[in-house]
Design a protein. Structure first.
Lengths: 537, 323
């Protein structure tokens, strides 16, 4: 046995010795380099095809948009110095910066902006953006190298939001033409951003170096001129416990995505800082399918919400780190209607009374309610790739509560994307769970609540609701939009109980204390890029 | 990979006719297995719920215009048979298609990932086989204490989920002791923990089988004869008994090829390593069928290659199978 142990350890040791050389060459270039562990791998690095909120922080390292957002959500200059909107709200004239160059050395000008817009409209390139974000787009005209006029078919309150989104990240037209793998992007596409992508190893990491020529940071940034860091590596570590371990052992200096179970550990560590922010867009919510029983009856929809003691559920699943949602619109949005807080939920007696009134009086042997010989069963069908943040555990907690306090049989099905889509198409579900991270909550509401919305899974259609949504999309007066979206929320959440808002998704960053300048995008609540980040005091 | 494994055998055909017949049989069988794998993968895609357009649309906006664009782009309006035949045709020409999710050629997606996975699985197989041989030869026929301890360790390494083994290895050797990095670029040093995590369960099973085989061999009459000739116990074990014990262990190698490929999915995700496992995992959850099918095919190629090599190994180890 002793010999066996000695042999075994010598095997391990010799392996270690063999590989020892070549290791420990960690780049310590004056401590201006940084390794940041992220949870999510990008499916594409082409900003035009951006599809993951978690990847936003990478996009704006490499690319700049035309317009930026201030801390108060206002639209501010970026690659566009200024702009004027015509009185009818259909023509935007942009004055562009004249001192900007792409990473490939070509100049940024009005023709480049037009080339980017033209690219987005090419058939088969990004049909979703062409249909939704550019649905109101009519044409772009180059008036001079620094002046561009964009004409819309109709006023569109979300157009500037589009121009500040990753989709509007400006890509060098030369690299758009030359890229072999355009839809993936990567190192082939040249942006104007503060960092230049020079290495992508799928499944492992992304590496950027500083753009020394960068002099066009948005006014809301923490500094001007080139970025503080000379290099930054983003390492993909999908497992949360591994990210936290890598941070506490100093192998990485920053991580994003700290799960509730690890927050206490991170906060206790004096060598670490912990930051969190709520995301924009919609709350994580259960949407009730109103097209067939039992949720075609508003009393049953109400009863489901009353049957859940949501505060207790959130406390047990997220250990007090989750923020309860009261509306379909996330709390961080300027359109959030705080008037809905405390207006419903957590009243088991009320749930029972509502179900009795709706005719679900009898109980079967297992304690579930029955009507006309049918059990009160509702199915939640969700697509596995979208189940994150312990939402499966959350669903189980809700399942236990609705059974216990109201006799509702909630069946949870987590399936692959195709099967989930099939269930949606065949109307074989009663609950749809979803959250969206759109920077403007209105964009999400158009998809979810409008009668013909692309992901309207409540199957509820109401001309009045559609009218408010259309009016809110057409005006850019913030007060008027707030009023209209308040009407929308009151109807969808309170009057019709179409939705059961659960919690407001958020993002977390944990870092070594020496890392400064980390933060969140004020509009989306997702981690900011690395432009303002520095190491040291 | 097939090229290397299958083409080598016919080369010897002229010299050894018996081998040539064997090689030809194996090549044919291999081709049939690969065709079956490709077709099964294709049929599975057809039978899976949800149609391809739905998958490509995903959770995004969905209008008739968008759907028509997708159908045209991927040629989904052709008859099923035509699509199947064109799939096989493209396969024969080495064209694996385009990934729905990653917007790139599948061959491109996989190219960079084969290397890291081969590295990981070979290292893990090395760890597994070495540990198993060392422990089995050291403990076979020894005192009850040594055998009990080894057997308990083997049982533990087989029963504990690889995910947990990985986390524990990381917690001890990376996060606490700082001997090895979690992941990535630091070359071979970063390979040690993942290879151990993936290799330990194999060492467990293989070790038990090997020791059992060794002990049976040591009770055979030839062992008594060898001892009577004055052979030391160590020489007896390593030179004679091991060869007898090896046959069932080699049969297991087919099994552990599967374990390694499956385990790579978990190990790669845990350690943030690039590799086929991670790609396959993402492709399956995202229903990225061209990638899934390519991975299935690649696994079939590996299996066929390994089992061909094993058949050859039998002939080397056991003269009785040379016929």
């Amino acid at each position: 046995m002793r010999r066996a142990a000695a042999l075994a350890s010598s095997v391990v040791l010799s392996a270690a010795v063999l590989v020892g050389c070549g290791a420990q060459a960690a780049p310590q270039a004056g401590a201006t380099s940084l390794t940041w562990a992220v949870e999510t791998q990008p499916v594409t690095l082409n900003p035009h095809l951006w599809a993951q909120n978690k990847v936003r922080l990478l996009v704006f390292n490499q690319f700049d948009a035309l317009v930026s957002r201030g801390a108060d959500g206002s639209f501010q200059p970026w690659l566009a110095r200024s702009w004027k909107v015509s009185d009818d709200g259909r023509a935007y004239t942009f004055e562009l910066r004249d001192d900007v160059t792409f990473h490939d050395g070509t100049r940024f000008d009005a023709a480049a902006v037009k080339a980017n817009l033209d690219q987005l409209l090419k058939p088969g390139y990004n049909p979703a953006v062409a249909a939704i974000q550019l649905g109101s787009f009519s044409r772009a005209e180059v008036l001079s190298p620094t002046r561009l006029r964009i004409t819309l078919k109709r006023p569109d309150a979300l157009f500037l939001d589009f121009l500040s989104s990753p989709y509007a990240g400006q890509v060098s037209p030369a690299s758009l033409r030359a890229a072999k793998d355009l839809k993936f992007g990567g190192t082939e596409l040249a942006g104007t951003g503060p960092f230049i992508l020079d290495r992508y190893v799928q499944g492992q990491e992304l590496h950027y170096h500083r753009n020394p020529a960068y002099r066009w940071a948005p006014p809301g940034a923490g500094h001007q001129g080139p970025a503080h860091l000379s290099e930054i590596t983003y390492r993909f570590l999908p497992e949360a416990a591994v990210r936290v371990g890598a941070l506490t052992s100093g192998q990485v200096q920053v991580i994003e995505g700290v799960p509730a179970t690890e927050v206490a550990l991170v906060e206790k560590d004096p060598g670490l800082t912990f930051l969190r922010a709520l995301n924009s867009g919609t709350s994580f919510s259960y949407y009730f399918n109103t097209s067939h029983p039992p949720f075609d009856d508003v009393r049953v929809r109400r009863a489901f919400r009353e049957a859940v003691d949501l505060d207790a559920v959130l406390a047990s699943v997220y250990r007090g780190t989750a923020t309860r949602a009261w509306s379909v619109v996330a709390r961080s949005s300027p359109f959030y209607d705080a008037g809905l807080e405390g207006r419903y939920g957590g009243n088991a007696a009320e749930a029972g009374a509502l179900l009795d009134a709706a005719g679900w009086r009898q109980r079967d042997a297992e304690g579930y309610r029955v009507k006309d010989g049918r059990r009160l069963t509702v199915r939640s069908v969700s697509s596995a790739p979208f189940v994150r943040d312990r939402r499966d555990v959350l669903a189980q907690a809700v399942q236990a509560q609705v059974k216990q306090s109201a006799g509702i049989d909630l069946q949870i099905r987590i399936v692959d994307q195709g099967a989930a889509q099939q269930a949606a198409d065949d109307d074989q579900y009663e609950i749809f769970e979803n959250s969206r991270g759109d920077s403007d909550a209105g964009a999400a509401l158009n998809l979810i609540l409008r009668g013909d919305g692309a992901i309207n899974r409540t199957r509820y259609s109401d001309p009045e609701l559609d009218g408010w949504l259309a009016a809110a999309s057409a005006t850019s007066d913030p007060a008027e939009r707030r009023r209209l979206y308040a009407e929308v929320q009151r109807k969808a959440v309170e009057e019709q109980a179409l939705v059961f808002p659960i919690y407001v998704p958020g993002d977390q960053i944990a870092a070594r204390r020496s890392v400064q300048g980390l933060g969140f995008d004020p509009v989306t609540g997702t981690p900011r890029g690395a432009y303002d980040v520095r190491v040291g005091t | 990979m097939t090229g290397a494994g299958l083409a080598a055998a016919p080369g010897r055909a002229a010299v050894l006719p018996a081998w040539a017949r064997f090689a030809a049989r194996r090549t044919l069988a291999a081709a049939a297995v690969l065709w079956a794998a490709a077709t099964t993968a294709y049929v599975a895609l057809l039978l899976a719920p949800g149609d391809t357009v739905d998958i490509l649309v995903g959770d995004g906006p969905d209008t008739p215009g968008i759907r028509a664009g997708i159908v045209a782009e991927w040629g989904l309006d052709r008859p099923q048979v035509v699509q199947y035949l064109s799939y096989l045709w493209r396969l024969l020409h080495g064209d694996l298609g385009r990934s729905y999710q990653l917007q790139r050629g599948v061959a491109d997606v996989l190219a960079g990932q084969v290397g890291p996975t081969a590295q990981l699985t070979l290292a893990a197989a090395g760890v597994g086989v070495t540990l198993a041989c060392v422990i089995a030869t050291a403990t076979a026929g020894r005192g009850r204490l040594a055998r009990g301890a080894a057997s308990a360790a083997e049982l533990a390494s087989v029963s504990v989920p690889p995910f947990l083994i990985g986390i524990v290895l990381l917690a001890v050797f990376s996060f606490t002791l700082g001997w090895f990095p979690v992941s990535g670029a630091e070359g071979a040093r970063a390979l040690v923990l993942p290879a151990l995590a993936l290799g330990l369960p194999i060492a467990g099973v293989l070790g038990q089988v090997l020791r059992g085989g060794l002990e049976r061999a040591l009770e055979q009459p030839f062992a008594v004869t060898a001892r009577a000739r004055g052979l030391t116990e160590r020489a007896l074990v390593t030179r004679h008994a091991l060869r007898h014990a090896l046959l069932p262990a080699v049969t297991l190698a087919g099994w552990f090829t599967g374990t390694l490929l499956g385990g790579a999915v978990i190990t790669e995700a845990l350690f943030g390593r690039p590799g086929l496992g991670q790609v396959a995992m993402r492709a399956v959850t995202g229903r990225d069928m061209p990638v899934v099918m390519a991975v299935v095919l690649l696994s079939a190629v590996v299996y066929v290659t390994v089992s061909t090599l094993l058949d050859l190994a039998y002939r080397v180890i056991d003269p009785r199978t040379r016929g």
